[in-house]
Design a protein around this ligand. Structure first.
Ligand SMILES: [Zn+2]
Length: 416
């Protein structure tokens, strides 16, 4: 591979992913707009025209913002690579009075701050523009900025030591450094799983035990029926920030917890909560969570091996507008994470397909262990409350959606 060939390959991949992204988004907007004036027949008795139109407008607003964000991300990536941004940061950090480690960590932190600064306006507009306009937002500007600061701080406290260990391994452990780095990465993932429910999530939300009542009784009966040992049922004050509802599992091994957003409990009846939980339980019992983790483990190993090869190839640097910097492992690391998504974007549909298959399996599990009609009722309420469109463009949906379209999902449940 020559530097010119790699530059051409990267440029072509970037152009293809941009065109594909925009083409899919525009298709989606056009399809939703074309179906805005009539509720799909299967939902005509369950969802009113006003709610359907709100979902269409909300979907179009979010998708339009996504197009602008993709365009800005692409320009930023071009500026950082061909435009000489990373090359300039490498030169600037080269003269710092630290060792290689300190220079590399400064470089990584600088790139993280720059990409973060470009993402902030979009995130701000998503919350205080779109979510406010559609009546979903419940967060204040003070809380939003506090969340942002906390998120950045947690990113630094967890991310910088991880980067330091990986950078040290890259220099100190020889050609097989990537195997060591992989072991560290896997360990880090388990650390996050342990820290998230106990330390990180409580920094943002209050968790209180699920109060006794019909919902709790139904949930406990379901857990006993499925032989699931849990370490606690919690309610999270999701209503502090948004009216969107959700339920999730956190932790692993014996420390598993089940968390419900207060907004979900407010809206669903006990049998509907039970059905939603049965779906989530299905993901655990059918080993979807484990399978996902194994895939992630496999891909992270493959990517680290690829990085090890690229870090030793001068054309990788020169092709991206940076002088070869084999003595600065941080340069290869940051370039790799910047350009990797451009090449993996095309695999999105495979991952979405795999995820949608799991959703169908979890729905079938819920139909068997709780009740299909309750799950259908819960899904209709959630679709309406979250203003998810019932009429996504089929191609856009196949590419992006981790969950099957509502109509397909509900038709399968009703056939069961
Ligand atoms: Zn699911």
């Amino acid at each position: 591979m020559t530097a010119t060939a790699f530059a051409a390959l990267f440029g072509a991949a970037l152009l293809i992913s941009l065109v594909l992204h925009v083409w899919l988004a525009r298709r989606h907007i056009a399809f939703v707009a074309a179906h805005r004036d009539a509720v799909p027949a299967a939902f005509s008795e369950r969802i009113g025209l006003a709610a359907h139109q709100k979902a269409a407008d909300y979907t179009m607003a979010r998708t339009r913002l996504g197009i602008s964000e993709t365009a800005v991300e692409t320009l930023l990536l071009l500026a950082l690579t061909f435009g000489g941004g990373i090359a300039a940061l490498v030169r600037l950090t080269d003269v710092l009075p630290f060792g290689v480690m300190g220079r590399d960590l400064t470089l990584i932190a600088a790139v993280a701050v720059i990409t973060g600064l470009f993402a902030i306006p979009f995130s701000y507009y998503r919350t205080f523009g779109i979510e406010v306009r559609f009546g979903f937002n419940r967060t204040t500007r003070a809380l939003w900025f506090a969340d942002l600061a906390k998120g950045a701080l947690i990113g630094a406290v967890l991310g910088l030591p991880l980067a330091a260990v990986v950078l040290w391994l890259m220099r100190a452990t020889g050609p097989l450094w990537w195997l060591w780095a992989w072991a560290v990465w896997i360990g880090f993932q388990f650390l996050l799983l342990a820290l998230y429910p106990t330390v990180i999530a409580p920094l943002f939300n209050k968790f209180s035990p699920l109060p006794p009542g019909a919902a709790r009784a139904a949930i406990e009966a379901l857990l006993a029926r499925c032989g699931f040992a849990n370490r606690g049922l919690y309610v999270m004050d999701g209503s502090r920030r948004s009216s969107h509802g959700n339920a999730f599992f956190t932790g692993f091994g014996r420390a598993k917890r089940i968390v419900f957003f207060d907004t979900l409990l407010e809206r669903l009846t006990p049998d509907e909560v039970e059905a939603v939980l049965a779906h989530e339980l299905g993901h655990f019992k059918l080993k979807h969570v484990l399978k996902r983790m194994l895939w992630m483990g496999f891909f992270s190993l493959a990517f680290l091996a690829l990085l090890a090869w690229l870090a030793n190839s001068p054309w990788f640097y020169t092709g991206l507008g940076v002088p070869p910097s084999m003595d600065r492992p941080g340069v290869a690391l940051i370039l790799f994470f910047l350009v990797l998504p451009v090449f993996t974007f095309a695999f999105g549909p495979l991952s979405s397909f795999y995820s949608r298959r799991h959703e169908f399996e979890a729905d079938a599990f819920a139909a068997k262990n709780a009740s299909a009609p309750s799950l259908v009722r819960a899904l209709v309420k959630l679709y309406e409350d979250n203003a998810n469109t019932l009429t996504p463009d089929p191609v856009y949906s196949a590419f992006h959606d981790s969950h099957p379209p509502a109509a397909v999902r509900i038709a399968r449940l009703e056939a069961a």
